[in-house]
Design a protein around this ligand. Structure first.
Ligand code: T1G
Ligand code: NAD
Length: 700
């Protein structure tokens, strides 16, 4: 008989209802039923005068069971009925919080008469991060405790509040000592005055002040700007406003209507997909949790340039000492200088204490001597992107690194197996592909070589988590996952311009779609020289389709770094400005190719940009260069500014309908062939996509 997820026992005159449903006590149907039964049992227990609801294990209730959303199994009892039972019962109920009281979990706590916590606890209503809103009374009860503005802020951001802040805002009634929430609640229960105990629903005092307040319209206007295109944040404001315009039960009903509107929206499907995809990336079929990562106490970083410096910061930020090596002292001083400047900037913003900055800098030991790397457990190489330089460096590392040291390369385009072949320990070689700026970008592509050992993969994934990265395991192919896909995206952007769109229009369409940046502005940020260097190597290797316009751009135009790229930039300003010189290049190219420019709509532009990613993503999946379509989505969300509320390119395609996407891709391919445009040959539909559609499959 499976263990009951909720149990009841007594501690003196207090009835204790314990939710015990690992890993996070999510409010599955069984937990809701258990709560109903055990709270009822407590209310009927004549020996107790109050009840406590507490979570077993590492946390209080961390929300509704999101997995149930996927199966549509939100059976009885409804969370609102459970909360009403708790709130309207004959005895005071205390929520005893540790870990995280989130979403439906905080809603259960809000229906209790009192909320107490341990200092390390956190509370929040993060439903908006799943494209939904609190559907168990959270918008109505929280508004009664904190007022309109704070309720809107907490619910539209989904922020996790530390207990101290929860107490200051009046969400919590008491924060006790220690780590045992039940002990805190039991002693709190002893201080409770005899009944009656106010129900949160009846706490109208905070509603009066905000009735008819402009705060709702202000929030809608601000969200229209900062959460452009997103559905749920606006509905969150509607739900909170209902608390200030409707009686409680009517407000609750309105909240639930809005909840289901969100649940039915593609953005909720996209964000719930992202929630689970982000948790799946660490699951590697042939590297099970039983594979023990190697111990990493000392790290070394080779190359203190653009990437090396940022990479070193990640490790010292996590308290791991770093030996930073470069060719000469001048290069080292330059590298350390950039690191110190970055930290000083953070200190100046008040986001880092000077003492922490000093501590982190003290963990970096610069050197020009490879012998100083002999005690490193992990060595991350970030030297010039040149195969010969990398080969020389890895041969040297093979000589000096201790047995069992992991040799990682930050190469963005070179063949990892070719690099590993320059050592006698290819099993210890792996790719750790950071994204620029490496101390900021969350994405880390962990590249497995053909000989990379399972515990080396496990270590790189664990280290990635330890330094705060979202680590995705990818195969060793040209450009791995992210850069491999983005090259066709960049080429398609240029093809759209040749056909009639402008550089500005293409970027605007990408922004409207929700991307953080358009393809041309992104090129200018990464550096047209870096892109040019990579393109030249690929063309030489016969690996790339042309980027027709790039080849016509004056190589002196490096992008943001020298104020001239696809756009021009005023000194010290990152705002991209149209550049007539670029327009002239485009006009000349069209004239030479006899292209009559045509008007192209933003929807077509967005589709053609995103579908290049989908088509190449499908090829990557078929080749096994990514484990799951969700992994590709996470790469694009954390590495390329793809909007999470679109789910990532692969999920976006599923929501658009794989058959529709295939039809468009097939048409784009036919158009390229008809135009004799070899540059568009990558539009040949990915066999996997064609097969899935033929088999009537809806997903990757
Ligand atoms: N439902 C189902 N599974 C969940 C879950 C949930 N709410 N939260 C976590 N898990 C699983 C997760 O998939 C993973 O599984 C394991 O637990 C550990 O999670 C009506 C409708 C709590 C801060 O949005 O933010 O309430 O991969 O790896 O880093 O208004 O999980 O091991 O198989 O993330 O320590 C609102 C979501 C729901 C909180 C812990 N609640 N969870 O972080 O562990 S909507 C949330 C989190 C709602 C009501 C509405 C985090 C965490 P596996 P983990 P962690
Ligand atoms: P960079 O030119 O800014 O820095 C390279 C550093 O390596 C320089 O300081 C140089 O002095 C040093 N160096 C060169 N040869 C060396 C050697 N033999 N031993 C020790 N140090 C040596 O280059 P970067 O942009 O930081 O790129 C470094 C690596 O990271 C490349 O493989 C690149 O493809 C990859 N990468 C770059 C980016 C990016 O956006 N710049 C993003 C991801 C990955």
């Amino acid at each position: 008989m499976s263990q009951q997820p909720v149990r009841y026992d007594r501690q003196g005159a207090v009835g204790v209802v314990t939710v015990d449903s690992p890993p996070v006590n999510a409010l599955s149907q069984a937990v809701r039923q258990g709560l109903w039964d055990k709270v009822t049992e407590g209310f009927n227990d004549a020996a107790v005068t109050s009840l406590v609801i507490v979570g077993a294990g590492r946390t209080f209730i961390a929300g509704a069971d999101i997995a149930e959303f996927l199966t549509g199994g939100m059976g009885e009892p409804d969370l609102n009925d459970v909360n009403d039972l708790i709130e309207s019962g004959p005895k005071p109920v205390i929520a005893a919080i540790h870990g995280t009281a989130l979403g439906g979990g905080l809603e259960v706590a809000l229906s209790c008469h009192y909320r107490v916590a341990v200092p390390k606890a956190q509370v929040g209503l993060p439903e908006v991060k799943l494209g939904i809103l609190p559907g168990g009374g959270g918008t109505q009860r929280l508004s009664r405790l904190v007022g309109a503005k704070t309720a809107i802020d907490l619910i539209t951001t989904g922020v996790f509040l530390p207990a101290s802040k929860g107490l200051a805002l009046g969400i919590l009634d008491h924060v006790g000592e220690g780590t045992d929430p039940l002990a805190v609640a039991i002693s709190f229960a002893a201080t409770l005055p005899a009944g009656p105990h106010k129900r949160t629903r009846d706490r109208e005092e905070n509603l009066v002040a905000d009735k008819g307040s402009p705060v709702f319209e202000e929030a809608r206007a601000s969200l229209a700007k900062f959460a452009r295109g997103q559905f749920a944040p606006q509905r969150c404001v509607d739900a909170v406003e209902a608390a200030f315009t409707l009686p409680f039960d009517a407000g609750l009903k309105r909240e639930r209507e809005l909840f289901f509107q969100c649940m039915a929206h593609d953005q909720a499907k996209a964000l719930i997909h992202v929630f689970f995809a982000e948790r799946a990336i660490s699951k590697i079929p042939d590297v099970p949790p039983s594979v023990t990562p190697r111990k990493i106490a000392q790290v070394a970083v080779l190359g203190s340039g653009t990437m090396g410096g940022g990479i070193a910061m990640n490790f010292v930020n996590a308290g791991i000492p770093v030996r930073l090596l470069d060719l000469d002292q001048a290069a080292l001083d330059r590298g350390i200088g950039v690191i110190a400047k970055n930290y000083a900037g953070t200190v100046a913003k008040g986001k880092l204490a000077q003492a922490d900055m000093d501590k982190r800098l003290s963990l970096i030991t610069p050197t020009t001597d490879y012998a100083d790397l002999a005690d490193a457990d992990l060595i991350v190489e970030a030297v010039f992107e040149d195969a010969d330089v990398k080969a020389k460096v890895f041969r040297r590392l093979d000589e000096v690194a201790k047995p069992g040291a992991i040799l990682a390369s930050n190469t963005s385009t070179l063949d990892l197996d070719a690099i590993a072949a320059h050592t006698k320990r290819p099993a210890d070689v792996i790719g750790m592909h950071f994204f620029s700026p490496a101390n900021v970008m969350k994405l880390l592509e962990v590249v497995r070589g053909k000989d990379t050992a399972p515990d080396v993969i496990a270590t790189a994934m664990a280290v990635g988590k330890q330094i705060g990265k979202v680590s995705v395991l990818v195969g060793n192919c040209d450009g791995f996952v992210g850069n491999r896909m983005v090259q066709y995206y960049a080429t398609e952007a240029q093809r759209l311009v040749i056909e009639g769109a402008s550089v500005e229009q293409v970027d605007k369409a990408a922004l409207e779609f929700g991307l953080a940046m358009g393809p041309f502005a992104m090129g200018d940020l990464a550096g047209l020289d870096v892109m040019g260097f990579i393109r030249a190597r690929r063309v030489a290797a016969g690996l790339i389709y042309g980027t027709p316009l790039s080849d016509r751009i004056d190589p002196a135009r490096k992008g943001q770094k020298n104020g001239r790229g696809w756009y021009r930039y005023e000194p010290g300003n990152r705002t991209p400005l149209p550049d007539p010189e670029i327009t002239a290049v485009i006009d000349a190219y069209r004239a030479e190719k006899g292209v009559m420019p045509r008007a192209i709509g933003n929807e077509e532009i967005a589709k053609r940009l995103i579908y290049t990613l989908v088509n190449e993503g499908a090829k990557i999946l078929e080749e096994g260069m990514a484990l799951r379509a969700g992994d590709i989505d996470i790469v694009y969300i954390y590495g390329y500014g793809f909007p999470a509320w679109r789910g990532g390119p692969m999920k976006f395609a599923e929501l658009a309908g794989l058959d529709n996407v295939l039809a468009d891709i097939t048409r784009y391919h036919a158009d390229a062939v008809k135009a004799g445009d070899a540059d568009g040959a990558y539009w040949e539909p990915a066999p996997l996509l064609a097969r899935l559609v033929a088999d009537g499959k809806k997903g990757f």
